[in-house]
Design a protein around this ligand. Structure first.
Ligand SMILES: C[S@@+](CC[C@H](N)C(=O)[O-])C[C@H]1O[C@@H](n2cnc3c(N)ncnc32)[C@H](O)[C@@H]1O
Length: 269
C-alpha cells in the first residue's frame, strides 16, 4: 500500500540524517565520487530537453481524457475502462524533469547498447533515455494500450528512431525480450510499484546484466514493500555499489570495488 504523507516524511527525515552532504564530501570511492560530482549532482540543462518538456507542457495543459485500455484487468495506477485526464497522467505518472535529466546524464555517460524500460506511460522518461544515446536501442514495455498509443505516436513525430515500444505486460514481455537480446546494459524500472513484483522482474533481468550494466529503480520509497525490495536489491551478491537518491536507487555490478551503499542528495531531496 502506498505510504501516506507522514510515512514519506518519516522516511525523508531518516534519509536526511544518514545521507552524505552535497558536494561529494565523505565519498571515499573514486568511482562514486566522480559519478556523483560529474554526472549526478551536475544538473546541467541541454537543448535536447526542450522538446520533451514542450511535450510535457502540452499534456499538462490538455483537457482531454482517455479511457484506460489496460491489457490486465488493472495495472498499477489504473483500471481498464477508467476515464483519466492526460494532464493527470503527465502530472502523476511521468518522471519529473530533474529525474528525466538524471536518466539522460547516466545514459549519456555509460552509452549502453541495449536499454530496457518497464513502464512507458506517455513516453517522457523513454525520450530522455533514448535521446541520451542515439546509438543504443531502448526496449520499453507498457501494458495500457491507450497511453502506449500516445507515446508511440509522439516517438514517431519527434523522429526518435531508437525506441522499440512494446505493448504488453511485463510478466510476459520481459522474459521474451530477455531471450532475444544479448544482455541489458541499462535498465529503468518504473512500472509496478510492488516489492514482490519488483524482485521478480529483477530476477529475470539479473542473468542478462554484465559488469558495466546500470539499473535505476524509481519510487523505492513508494511503500513499505518497495523499501523492503530495495533493501534486498542492495544486498544482492551481484550488486557492488548502490546509490540511494531518496526517490530512486541506482545499482552497479562492477567487479573489483568494495560493496557499499551510498545515500546521496539529488534534486529536491
Ligand atoms: C509510473 S508509469 C511510467 C512512467 C514513465 N516511465 C515516465 O516517466 O514517463 C508506470 C506505467 O507502467 C504500466 N504498468 C504497470 N504495471 C505493469 C505491468 N505489469 N505490465 C505492463 N505495464 C505496466 C502502467 O500502465 C503505467 O503506465
Amino acid at each position: 500500500m502506498r505510504k501516506g504523507a507522514l510515512g514519506i516524511l518519516m522516511s525523508y527525515l531518516h534519509f536526511r540524517k544518514k545521507c552524505l552532504p552535497k558536494g561529494g564530501y565523505g565519498i571515499h570511492s573514486p568511482f562514486v565520487f566522480d559519478l556523483y560530482t560529474t554526472t549526478i549532482e551536475n544538473d546541467s540543462r541541454e537543448s535536447v530537453f526542450e522538446s520533451i518538456e514542450v511535450y510535457r507542457k502540452e499534456l499538462l495543459g490538455c483537457d482531454i481524457g482517455i479511457i484506460r485500455k489496460s491489457i490486465a484487468e488493472s495495472l498499477n495506477g489504473g483500471f481498464r475502462g477508467e476515464l483519466v485526464k492526460l494532464s493527470r497522467i503527465a502530472r502523476t505518472a511521468s518522471v519529473p524533469p530533474h529525474l528525466g535529466r538524471l536518466l539522460y546524464r547516466i545514459v549519456n555517460r555509460f552509452k549502453p547498447n541495449v536499454m530496457l524500460e518497464l513502464g512507458t506511460s506517455v513516453g517522457i522518461s523513454s525520450m530522455y533515455i533514448a535521446k541520451a544515446n542515439p546509438q543504443g536501442v531502448l526496449y520499453t514495455i507498457e501494458g495500457d494500450e491507450a497511453v502506449f498509443g500516445i507515446a508511440q505516436k509522439r516517438f514517431d513525430t519527434m523522429n526518435i528512431t531508437n525506441i522499440k515500444p512494446i505493448c504488453g505486460i511485463f510478466e510476459t514481455e520481459l522474459p521474451s525480450i530477455a531471450r532475444e537480446v544479448p544482455g541489458f546494459d541499462f535498465v529503468f524500472i518504473d512500472g509496478d510499484h510492488n516489492g514482490t513484483k519488483l524482485l521478480q522482474y529483477f530476477n529475470v533481468i539479473l542473468p542478462k546484466l554484465n559488469e558495466n550494466s546500470v539499473v535505476v529503480v524509481d519510487d523505492i520509497r513508494w511503500s513499505n514493500d518497495m523499501e523492503d525490495a530495495w533493501r534486498e536489491l542492495k544486498a544482492n551478491r551481484q550488486v557492488s555499489v548502490s546509490i540511494d537518491l531518496f526517490r530512486c536507487g541506482v545499482l552497479f555490478f562492477r567487479k573489483g570495488i568494495a560493496k557499499q551503499n551510498f545515500m546521496l542528495r539529488y534534486g529536491p531531496f
